[in-house]
Design a binder for this molecule. Sequence first.
Ligand SMILES: [Mn+2]
Length: 319
Amino acid sequence: MSKLLTALETAEWLKERDSFLLITHRRPDGDTLGSAGALTQALREYGKTVYVLFNKEITPRYSKYIDDCIAPDDFIPDNVITVDIASVDLFPDNAKSYANNISLCIDHHGSNTMFASNTCLNQERASCGEVIYDILTEILDYTISPVVAERLYVALSTDTGCFMFGNTTSNTLRVASLLVDAGAPIKTLNKELFRTKARSCIKLEGLLNTGLEFYFDGKVAISSITKAMIETTKATEDDMDNIAALPGAVEGVYIGITIREMTSPEDCKISVRASAPYDANEICSKFGGGGHKTAAGATVQKTVSKIKEDLLKVLEDMF
Ligand SMILES: [Mn+2]
């Protein structure tokens, strides 16, 4: 059984201990990396030894927020902490050996499986970065530095689509404004993260826009990304960072679904974005995945066309 800790108890827990290794999730996003980079920096400023386990899927977009945190190969931690990870299935391969030995899990996913000895979970928070913020502000003799503010802003802003997704709360905006006061350079960050796209990204989006399929009176849009499309456009992981939001951006669409071929035609990732009354987590749980009401995902060992068939059957029951 995992022990649930409040933000205050987590702050105390961290103060009493030292020598931490942080783990980020597979296909790391701005939230897991920004959270890990911020917590590492803050605890180092507080005098602790902290590193982040190397994650081979870190993309150039986020590397600058995490590069100075990466653990040397010979680092043996006393405490292993996960950030923004709902279950051990989301561990990168090189983190699997720690799976039964996680001292603390810091997360905001309602689907968290309580795999750690201690868990600081707040599913009211839009991002793990906000949970980290809650914890850091409970360390009374610590003040958030500009570097920590910048990294937390990366976490908050990316998990909320620059504060535009339905998960954004007054708390998200309040914390963001406090991060601006603490020195987060929002002009640069917003331009880099939300108003700049590589040419390869624009090309892939062009293909996906053309290929969009609509169902149930246009309430559902499905986008399929094949390996061939990725190869012809030379799209990178970075380019596809926010691609799951694309079908949901069409007028009248309540459920936007992206099916992407991963390592082989029979290895696909489904990403679902939904707005009320529909529930993305409910849809993805039918495929062994999960997440939030507004955004969820699953990995399925079937072809794109078979998954589409299965999805339409699940959706039929909802419409
Ligand atoms: Mn997150």
